[in-house]
Design a protein around this ligand. Sequence first.
Ligand code: IPE
Ligand code: IPE
Ligand code: MG
Length: 257
Amino acid sequence: MVFKLVKEWLGRSKPVKAELQDIELDKVPAHVAIIMDGNGRWAKQRGLPRVAGHHSGMKNVKKITMAANQIGVKVLTMYAFSTENWKRPKEEVDFLMKLPQEFFPLEIEELIENNVRIRMTGWREGLPEYTLKAIEGAIERTKDNTGLILNFALNYGGRKEMIAGVQEMIRDVHSGKLQVEELDENRFSSYMLTSDLPDPDLLIRTSGELRLSNFLLWQIAYSELWFTEAYWPEFTESLFLQAIAEYQRRGRRYGGV
Ligand code: IPE
Ligand code: IPE
Ligand code: MG
């Protein structure tokens, strides 16, 4: 892996090389979650329709995935569509729902070459058939890969996830599978959609908005938060590495001293 990294360095622009040198490879966050925000404003700024921003944002996903993979991130969760995003105009929603059909055929070979495994966190119900088909196909094709997990949060909402989890817990109590006294934080986590993933160590949000927008509410209790003014389509590997470097400089205390 170090060889690959050095080879990559040689081909990179100066700033990225400099930032790679700031990263301690033995302290890379295992799970990075990104709220990919600002596509619409990016487009508006250029006099383009909002959907042009989504298209451009889609193009950015692979680049950041590769950067994360190269430094040894294990899980990269990308907020692609929230349970609240259905409120948007139909044309915009339709456009977003068609992106997986374009993204996966375009990028899957390179993702496979890099041992990336695709998964999804969110509700399959409500997604159009073609969206599901594109993502399920990619999940199937990459299911034996052992490298970075590229996890798309699609039709995902943190509150919905917690309510669904609580409903399941109550059912399990009624059926005798769960004793009320047994419910602790670990058990609660096991009812979340991310039960098989570590909690995010680092949460990045682009576009200058300082809020969570219903993303991984349970899981980010102790995540480090990092914000940038850059809109998602203009978010670079260099900014990604800056976020990682800053994460590495922070002291995570988890309530201790
Ligand atoms: C993020 O960009 C992508 C999705 C939410 C699907 P936005 O579409 O939210 O862009 P802004 O925030 O309106 O600029
Ligand atoms: C959060 O962004 C959802 C995604 C990035 C998919 P939004 O643009 O939907 O969030 P708000 O509306 O600014 O809170
Ligand atoms: Mg937004």
